[in-house]
Design a protein around this ligand. Sequence first.
Ligand code: TYD
Length: 206
Amino acid sequence: MDGLFISLEGVDGAGKSSHLDWLGNWFRQRGHRVRMSREPGGTPVGERLRDIVLHADMHVETEALIMFAARREHLDRVIRPALAAGEVVISDRFTDASFAYQCGGRGLAEARMQTLEDWVQQGLQPHLTLLFDISPEVAAARLRNVREADRFERERMDFHVRVRDAYLRRAQAHPRRIQVIDAGTDLQGVRRQLERTLTRFLETRA
Ligand code: TYD
């Protein structure tokens, strides 16, 4: 596989969506073909599962299984073929979100999630994960009035605090893959960090 797999993560309201187009263009300007995608979703089946999991109440294990059902489809139809074709895949969220939200936020045992990850990914991991880190209070203020909130965005503050802590623990456990971006600064400040991180990333792979 010659392509590059990049995932974007962070609590709701961290602002990663504001940088999606910029990130895609950054790689295109350097001659890469880019495939933008998202989770849950990214395929016709995945998008239908997204609609269910973002809006219907369910057991946390059901939630985790749906995330991985959508992910299985995403890997098979989008991620693996694009990587095989040498493209840069940029996915708005991937498995770190399952560890952060279903394990950190909702308390599902990490061993359960690990089993699903091993089964579905067969060792495939993003080459780089950009973790947009921000205090959940600031993130919540940004989200207010944006649009109708989904099940995760409606959770209480302590849920979002646990999600953030789980993300930061994962960044500590995977310090090479997961690069933490301080998303509490202004747009230009975030761009500068992204630029630095991406440049270093491409240099280490050259
Ligand atoms: P998000 O990516 O924030 O999209 P939008 O910007 O349109 O709201 O929404 C996806 C939600 O799904 C987000 O709240 C996190 C949640 N999620 C999980 O709980 N587990 C997962 O494995 C994934 C991929 C997402």
